[in-house]
Design a protein around this ligand. Sequence first.
Ligand code: FA5
Length: 340
Amino acid sequence: MLESQLQALAASAQQRIDAAASPDALEAVRVEVLGRKGALAEVSKGMGKLTPTDRVRIGKLLNSTKTTLESALDARLKSFADAALAARLDAEWLDVTLPAPGTRPGALHPLTRIQQELEDLFTSMGVAVLDGPEVESEYNNFDALNIPPDHPARDMQDTFWLSSGQCLRTHTSPVQVRGMAKLGPPLLMIAPGRVFRNEEVDASHEHTFYQLEGMMVDRNVSIAHMLYFMRTLLKHIFNREVTVRLRPGYFPFVEPGFELDIQCLICNGSGCPVCKQSGWVELLPCGLVHPNVLRMGGIDPDRWGGFAFGLGLTRLVMMRYGIDDIRWLQSGDLRFLRQF
Ligand code: FA5
């Protein structure tokens, strides 16, 4: 009698477990069947009236029914949890390889790009790349370059002086001085870097801009060596013929001195604000190193000679990319920067 009652109870509980639509419904079945006042507990109350033999048999059946139903409940509960997890993974699916929305890949600033291109070119030719500080001594920026204190050439470059007596370097030429001390003759070096001048800003003049110094010291250095380096540089950057002109130029640290101008690539020589309507842009002043400069650098000018140039790197970048106003370069304007 108890036996058939148990079997019927197990069968109906199993049906309800299978049919349960939610974990809550399952919990209700668990309480009603296996709970302290549940159906199984009710059946077990009849055990007292059984013979000892039946009690053992029914006791076992009771226990196995309980275990079976508990397993069925657990399995069904797990299937609910699995389904919930699968649904969540489906809904929250994320491709971690996709770029985050709203971000764009960065790019090198055009100045950095050209500077690196030139460093690679010159390094491949065996040229040393040197660095110098932006805060320089008056001696390195002027005196050692043959510009003594009262020399009128000091006014050629409006200088930001610091209360320490030092200055923000007005050109990369002081790295010539450092290069001679560091490398000694013979030497072949370039020095790209940022320079500062206290001057009026316009389409082709910034107070903060970049130059790239070049210097060679060796036996029998001539203007032909200098022109070879400068031509190689321009060919590498423009990858085509560009029109240049060489004219005499005065810099106290070279003798003779030259100015190499490039035909303005913004207006193709017809005149615009960048070239101040002249059709030409001053790009690459240069010359043979003045004997005084070699001497102050500890190099005997009777045994060694040299050339030096001071490329206007920021202007070169303008010509290369057709940038019609120097102020774009340090504007931080993303509309400008995203073009590179
Ligand atoms: C010099 O600075 C010399 N140290 C260059 C030199 C080196 C001559 C070695 C001889 C031998 P200059 O002041 O002309 O020269 O500047 C060099 C270049 O820097 C110019 O041709 C120009 O391209 C660039 N430049 C000068 N002033 C500015 C400015 N305010 N903004 C942007 N570029 C400038």
